[in-house]
Design a binder for this molecule. Sequence first.
Ligand code: OAK
Length: 820
Amino acid sequence: MSESAQFTSAIDHSVPGLKKLIKNHLKFSLARDTQTASRRDWWLATSKAAQSLIIERMIATQTAHHRTNAKRVYYFSLEFLMGRLFSNSLYSAGIFDEIELALQEMGLDTETLRKEEYDMALGNGGLGRLAACFLDSLATLDLPAVGYGIHYQYGLFKQEFRNGHQVELPDAWLTYGTPWEIVRPEHSTEVQVFGQVENVFDDRGNYVPRWTGGKKILGVPYDIPIPGFGTNTVNFLRLWESRAPEEFDFEAFNRGGYGEAVREKNVSETISKVLYPNDKTESGKELRLVQQYFFVACSLRDIFRRFRKDNEAWEDFPEKVAIQLNDTHPAIAIVELLRLFHDEYGMAWEKAWSIVTKTFAYTNHTLLPEALEKWSVPLFQKVLPRHLQLIFEINKRHLEQVEAKWPGDVHRKRVLSIIEEGHVQMVRMAHLSVVGSFSVNGVAALHTQLLKAELFPEFDEMFPGKFNNKTNGITPRRWLLACNPRLSTLISKKIGTGWERDLDKLRGLEQYANDPDFQSEFMAVKHANKVDLARIIKTQIGISVNPAALFDVQIKRLHEYKRQHLNLLHILALYRRLLQNPDLDIAPRVFIFSAKAAPGYDLAKCIIKAINSVGTHINADKRINDRLKVVFLPNYRVSLAQRIVPAADLSEQISTAGKEASGTGNMKLALNGALTIGTLDGANVEIREEVGEENIFICGMTVEEVTALVKKGYRPHDFYMANEELRAVVDWIGSNYFTPDEPGCLRMLCDNLIYNDPFLVLADFQSYSDSHKLVDAAFKDKPRWAKMAIMNTARMGKFSSDRTIGQYASEIWKLDPVKV
Ligand code: OAK
């Protein structure tokens, strides 16, 4: 009998059945009656109803995986940027329409309830959101998978603006609880940090190192079910919360009294307290290393337990377990797995290392030097003394191989070593990851090429074939079906459904790209989405914008390499042109920004202030007559992105060539019919290949040109002097004109551009500005713009995360689907 024949739901999926289920949850789970229930209560009750259906399938899925002793992939990530789960759950449970009807009959609607959910923002940006898209695709493709991470009590900070400056507030996402998670105290596990290494006799009379002392921490798992779309598979995300092993430390109580005992407990609970808010950089914080070790140590114990249920021999471990490391943050898992096999299970080094290196695969997500994690040896010694010893032993054996391959080559040994020599020795986590994994992948073709040629050329030579590319993708369920219901409906009306699980089907739209009726339907959808966004802008920040204007969107983390300040310079140039020539014929534009800056990143915060100040000034200038508007929406997050993306006309992807590993916002926007203005960086290169050069605006220097300019010696001041308009707008920013109440506050931005400009903003300004003129002309030609927009949607099939995950599964993990 097939698995699917065995699965029958015990739940009544009909509209009356669902109504009853929701009311039951309201009453028995929330202790509310229909008279007093708040919107949040209704949202919770509806979510719990959907969750019941999902949990049924989760149990069936886990049974099937267990029964078939399936190989599983474990996705280790310090970040999962999930956003809201409500719509996704309804779609995946296949009850969206039924729930909508059921709610309607009770005088409610999904649209209102949806907004009650607090975003699950356990990530900073690209890397964390990619992890969330991957979970969705893994389940949709019926691949046995578990995500492992940390159950942060506080997610990414909430952002507010005060006088245009970013202010950070805590993100207490769990205040009202969440309907999606299931706590599993029975799978709690204990791990150790700090302490020392002693040599002791083991039970066979060998004198061996043993990790003793230190601090014990309890990991308590919370599971979030991850339903696939159009399938019964439900995987889960397991997040660890840190606790003190005993509720109350009586020894500490006797030593130092109540305060001491509670303090001890607090230290343990600090580990999972808060997500570090830095995108790319996190330098040397002890707590961060403890976080990393805590979650991978808990996860490996959990994987061992699951493996041992169905398997005898450790040799089979790589046949049943693949672990994907989401960047180097979980890389300590390599050493921990070795330690478990070697120290705890007494396995010989060679055998243990051979299993380890057949288990791990590593994804690199950036080439930026400041993001390559390094830990000082003294810090490692303090937090994980035994792991440090093991790292030195791994490195010794690794360098012996280097010596065997290139005898006497000291330079190679130095660059390939896991330990960086210097004033203080450092452990290079990227090197550890390359040495300890059987696969290393980049996230876009250009990025992988640079990874091999620039970052790790010696490693590529040493391990031919280990490096490979897996171009990123996004889930079409969230980034089209759920976020853009109007466009989804139009697409399905035109080419039928099925594109949600096979995004290449969108190619079927190409044949209508020149059809005036389809063009006007497509652009009517865009217009309606812009009207919605205009309403959000009005209610959030009180600015009126014209939905007929070109919505020019840059939404992503604030970082110099992403060059929001290049966009700002262009805005100022346009503003100046309009002041000097009031008859200038340009299409009205609304510039829309949304971005968080890392709390300690002063220049990024200065750029936010600059955009806000310039925006306030332009928006109030009557002479401009609403032809330019500048909007900075606070508190960028997944749920806000889901409102902005469907309404965008133009997508700004203007990083300095060679700096953005892939980008995924570029894919979301193009999929929803926005045209890209962008550099040949990251996945933009592949987007151009797919949509065709006639449907994208490429500008700026190429990687080769950037390299050549930097090699020659880049002098931003020369560009500043040579370009009258550029000089004027840079000086304007520095002049206090836009910040009269805070003189000097934008000086650092202006000085940075003229005298430093590490990301070549001034060098790319003219090309970018010229490209915008082409955008303006194209936008005025309505049929042409419509055709280009349709072509973008039609040709984005490659960027489904289903394609990406299919490639990981077959080329890296050797993982087969299990139908439930
Ligand atoms: C964050 C912390 C450390 C290293 C990398 C990151 C990160 O978010 N990188 C981003 O990953 C995305 C997913 O692969 C890419 O699309 C972005 O280009 C990259 O910056």
